[in-house]
Write a protein that binds this ligand. Structure first.
Ligand SMILES: Nc1ncnc2c1ncn2[C@@H]1O[C@H](COP(=O)(O)OP(=O)(O)OP(=O)(O)O)[C@@H](O)[C@H]1O
Ligand SMILES: CC(C)(CO)[C@@H](O)C(=O)[O-]
Ligand code: BAL
Length: 289
């Protein structure tokens, strides 16, 4: 595996790879876990070569968020990617990614406005802009993202469709189902922030979500099921809850009644200082997962 950190090197390496086949891009912020590695394996099913990026993008972090604390483990990550058969690692510095600062930003209205968009103002502008740059830099045939960041996937698909981005078609943006720990907690680089006690309590998040989904699918009142989910989180020691929302799986419009089509239960909540997110399919047609 080749690792490159400047755009000039990246372009040369990508041109070289393209001579012998198609390219799938997997953007990440590093501190890789089994969820990321599953994306790499899935990418290999779609294209001849996998290009991974590792970039902790400052423009998607709010002023009081964990940009400085975010784990950075480039050497360890590179070894994991190499073992997965990744051909090229694009690991730019902030200066390489934003050499002249930044005057242009992409803002996707609608899908980016509620949920994480409401609790992390500006976050999805930062994500959309850097993913657009990554697409333009690598010009992949396919790109893969985790369903764990369901809203992010919706924002990226909308941006790619609206801007006719270089991928052959929006269906070449692939969502990969959430990889979970044995007890059900969604894998996340931020799980490393949890103390052993917080980690033990965190399992309440997926468990209480599954219980709420069972209730909603059995026809229980939606507001009541979501209230019981909030209560379970509070009892387990979760602090502020950013949102507990039942939403249409595609538009992300909130649903107050039993869903008639594919829907998603989405939660963001804090335990200690750590913000955890999760989402699961709900309803008669369960959507992608
Ligand atoms: N558990 C998971 N299962 C599947 N995909 C995942 C999982 N966790 C992250 N991903 C995906 O990996 C890609 C890179 O994500 P990122 O590097 O931010 O990791 P993360 O674990 O989500 O970190 P964070 O703690 O910042 O949420 C994204 O497309 C994300 O959705
Ligand atoms: C897509 C992404 C790599 C953009 O910085 C990031 O938001 C992430 O890791 O999910
Ligand atoms: N996985 C989403 C990236 C972020 O939280 O900034």
């Amino acid at each position: 595996m080749q690792t490159v950190s400047t755009l000039v090197e990246l372009r040369l390496a990508v041109d070289d790879l393209r001579k012998s086949g198609t390219i799938a891009l997997v953007p990440t912020m590093g501190a890789l876990h089994e969820g990321h590695l599953t994306l790499m394996r899935e990418a290999r099913r779609h294209a001849d070569h996998v290009v991974a990026s590792i970039f902790v993008n400052p423009t998607q972090f709010g002023p009081n968020e964990d940009l400085d604390a975010y784990p950075r483990r480039l050497a360890e990550d590179a070894a994991l990617l190499e073992a997965e058969g990744v051909a090229l690692l694009w690991a730019p510095t902030v200066e390489a990614m934003y050499p002249t600062g930044f005057a242009t930003s992409i803002s996707v209205s609608g899908v980016s406005e509620g949920l994480c968009g409401a609790s992390r103002p500006g976050h999805f502008d930062g994500v959309a802009t850097v993913v657009c740059k990554l697409f333009n830099q690598v010009r992949p045939d396919h790109a893969l993202f985790g369903e764990k960041d369901w809203q992010q996937l919706a924002v990226i698909r909308t941006m790619a469709r609206d801007l006719d981005l270089v991928l052959p078609q929006v269906s070449n943006i692939h969502g990969v189902p959430t990889v979970r720990e044995a007890d059900g907690l969604a894998m996340s680089s931020r799980n490393a922030y949890l103390s052993p006690e917080q980690r033990a309590a965190a399992v309440t998040l997926p468990r209480a979500m599954r219980a709420a989904i069972e209730d909603i699918e059995a026809g229980d009142n939606v507001a009541g099921a979501l209230m019981r989910l909030r209560a379970a989180l509070a009892e387990a020691g979760f602090g502020p809850v950013d949102y507990v929302t039942l939403a249409d799986a595609t538009s992300l419009a909130p649903l107050a009644e039993t869903p008639q089509g594919p829907a998603r239960l989405l939660v963001a909540a804090r335990i200690g200082g750590t913000r955890l997110i999760d989402n699961m399919p709900v309803g008669p047609a369960k959507g992608e997962e």
